[in-house]
Design a protein around this ligand. Structure first.
Ligand code: MN
Length: 261
């Protein structure tokens, strides 16, 4: 069913037959457009490069989600958006390649009904926090108050042993990652990257951007000396206040991604 083209086509590429009788996408055009914009913003803001992806739960059917076909996020247009079921089987790929790591999205949506959007990236400043055992990733700044008090790190060896490619390429691995995420907003992936979730595309994008910002600030602070982190009360209150300001950043990031400013 799943034909991975590892080796023949350089990896990260997978052509999967559409689910028979899956029907057509009923998701709104606005949501599909928003997701395409999110892809371009995440590139412009340095969260994704040629790799990484963002998805949104369908606004027509909570058991489906939308994700671009296999391509660089900066190039995504609404025509490139594919719909998947929660097993991460495509419904309307029509022979187009899909992301190998789509199971990240499907299994998080299955486990977390509150999650509406998911960003998976390899944003560079975050990666060291997944590999340095003594460096716990925590919020150091009000803009990243959505981060868990202690961000979990997913260790793929716990599921796959030593012989693994670090990628989430099955439902089984997606389940394990979603379990490690728990009820939080962010999970680090050892030697790989991170995944953040939100209650909207805009919130997930905002969180992905400020996860990377927090990593840069925290690393710099740790080089300078002993660090003071945000406390639990601050995380809760700042998240509520700043959560109401996300559209301000979105409007600006969108203009910048479109080259208008
Ligand atoms: Mn990845």
């Amino acid at each position: 069913m799943c034909t991975s083209a590892h080796g023949d086509f350089g990896g990260f590429f997978s052509v999967v037959a559409d689910k028979p009788g899956g029907g057509s996408s009923q998701a709104s055009a606005n949501l599909i457009e928003e997701l395409a914009i999110a892809n371009r913003i995440l590139f412009r803001e340095g969260v994704v490069d040629g790799f990484g992806h963002v998805s949104v739960r369908s606004d027509a059917d909570p058991s489906r989600y939308l994700l671009a076909r296999n391509m660089a996020p900066a190039l995504v247009t609404p025509d490139d958006i594919v719909e998947f079921d929660l097993d991460s089987q495509p419904l309307n790929a029509n022979g187009r390649g899909v992301y190998l790591e789509r199971f990240i999205h499907g299994e998080i949506y299955r486990r977390r009904p509150d999650v509406i959007a998911v960003v998976h990236s390899h944003s560079q400043a975050v990666v060291p926090f997944g590999i340095v055992k003594t460096a716990k990733f925590r919020a150091v700044c009000h803009m990243s108050s959505f981060l868990p008090i202690c961000t979990p790190v997913f260790e793929i060896r716990d599921s796959e042993g030593e012989e693994n490619d670090l990628l989430i390429t099955s439902n089984k691995l997606g389940v394990a990652l979603a379990e490690k995420l728990g009820d939080g907003s962010c999970v680090l992936m050892r030697g790989h990257g991170s995944t953040v979730v939100g209650s909207s595309v805009r919130e997930a994008v905002f969180r992905a951007v400020y996860t990377e910002v927090n990593a840069k600030l925290q690393a710099e602070a740790m080089r300078m000396g002993e660090v003071t982190y945000l406390g639990e009360g601050e995380l809760k209150k700042a998240t509520k206040t700043i959560g109401s300001q996300i559209n301000r950043a979105w409007d600006f990031w969108r203009m910048r991604a479109e080259g208008k400013i």
